[in-house]
Design a protein around this ligand. Structure first.
Ligand SMILES: NC(=O)c1ccc[n+]([C@@H]2O[C@H](COP(=O)([O-])OP(=O)(O)OC[C@H]3O[C@@H](n4cnc5c(N)ncnc54)[C@H](O)[C@@H]3O)[C@@H](O)[C@H]2O)c1
Length: 264
C-alpha cells in the first residue's frame, strides 16, 4: 500500500471498529498518524498517535477512505458529506444505494466482516457500487486482507445471506460449545474441566480445518466411516434435527438483514 492513505473510522471505539483498526496497524497498512477515528462520549485512551474526534465531517475532511462502523440504528443521526471519498460500510443490512445517497459518494462498498477480525481471522465478503474504481478495489482488498481473508461477491443478496453465515458465524460454534458445556455439567463434570475440554475441542477443530483446508463434510465423513462413538453422536444429532436448526437460524439472520435494509 502506498504511503499517504488516510483512513477514517467512524465508530472507531466500537467492537468491530477497534478490531479493524488494530488489524490495519498490525499489518502496517497505515500508521497511527494517518488514522482519524471518531467516537461518542469521552476521548478513548487507545491507538496512541491517531487523531480522535467527535466531528465526523472533520474526519471526512482528513481522510480519503472512510469506514463506517456504527450500528445501523445510528445511521439516520450521522450526517457526513463524503463526496469524492471511498466509503466502506460494515453496517448490517444497509444497501449500497442508501449509502450513496446518505453519504453523497458514488464510490461506496458494503462489506461484512465478523468478530474474528479481533484476531486477524475475519472472513469479509464485500460488494461495490458502479463508481468504485480498480484502485479502490485494491484498497478494500488490502484493508480486509489485514483482518483475515476476503472476497468480492456478485450481489447485495449474497451479502445479506453472508451476514448470517459468516458475519454472525463466530457466534455459532460458541452456541454449540455452550450446549456441550451444559451437557457436561449436567453429567457431573466440574465447570473448569468442562470449559477446558470444550474450548480445546473448538480450537483444535478450527486448526484441523485450517491445516487440512478440506471441505468440512470430508471430516464428518471420515468420522462416520470410523463407525465408533463419533459416528453414533453425529447420527443422533442429525436425527434430532441438527441441519434443520442451522438452516432455520441462517434463514432468520437473512430475513433480519433484509428487513434492516428496508426499514432504514
Ligand atoms: N460486532 C460484530 O461482530 C459485527 C460483525 C459484522 C458487522 N458488524 C456491524 O458493524 C457495525 C458496528 O458494530 P459493533 O459491534 O462494533 O457496534 P458497537 O456498538 O460496539 O460500536 C459502534 C460504535 O459507534 C459509536 N457511534 C455511534 N454513533 C456514532 C457517531 N455519530 N460518531 C462516532 N461514533 C459513533 C458508538 O459509540 C460505538 O462505540 C454495526 O453496524 C454492525 O452491524 C458488526
Amino acid at each position: 500500500m502506498s504511503n499517504g492513505l488516510k483512513i477514517g473510522v467512524i465508530g472507531g471505539n466500537g467492537w468491530l471498529g477497534r478490531a479493524i483498526i488494530q488489524s490495519l496497524l498490525d499489518a502496517k497498512l497505515t500508521s497511527p498518524e494517518d488514522l482519524t477515528l471518531s467516537h461518542t462520549g469521552e476521548r478513548p485512551a487507545r491507538f496512541e498517535g491517531a487523531y480522535w474526534t467527535r466531528d465526523n465531517q472533520q474526519l471526512a475532511g482528513r481522510s480519503n477512505v472512510i469506514v463506517v462502523s456504527v450500528r445501523p440504528a445510528d445511521l439516520p443521526a450521522l450526517a457526513v458529506d463524503a463526496a469524492g471519498k471511498l466509503l466502506i460500510s460494515v453496517m448490517a443490512g444497509i444497501r449500497l444505494d442508501e449509502l450513496a445517497v446518505h453519504f453523497r459518494s458514488n464510490r461506496v462498498v458494503r462489506a461484512m466482516p465478523n468478530a474474528a477480525a479481533e484476531v486477524g481471522k475475519s472472513y469479509t465478503p464485500w460488494v461495490a457500487s458502479e463508481g468504485v474504481e480498480d484502485r479502490d478495489r485494491f484498497i478494500v482488498r488490502s484493508i480486509f486482507d489485514s483482518c483475515g481473508t476476503t472476497d468480492e461477491v456478485a450481489s447485495e443478496g449474497d451479502i445479506d445471506y453472508l451476514t448470517g453465515l459468516s458475519g454472525s458465524g463466530p457466534a455459532f460454534p460458541a452456541l454449540l460449545a455452550t450446549a456441550m458445556m451444559k451437557d457436561a455439567i449436567a453429567y457431573g463434570l466440574s465447570p473448569d474441566i468442562a470449559r477446558r475440554a470444550v474450548n480445546s475441542v473448538l480450537i483444535g477443530a478450527g486448526r484441523l480445518l485450517e491445516r487440512r483446508n478440506e471441505c468440512p463434510a470430508d471430516m464428518v465423513d471420515a468420522f462416520l466411516g470410523y463407525r465408533g462413538t463419533t459416528a453414533a453422536a453425529i447420527e443422533a444429532m442429525g436425527a434430532a434435527g441438527f441441519d434443520a436448526a442451522i438452516a432455520g437460524g441462517l434463514a432468520a439472520a437473512l430475513q433480519k438483514s433484509v428487513s434492516m435494509g428496508e426499514r432504514s
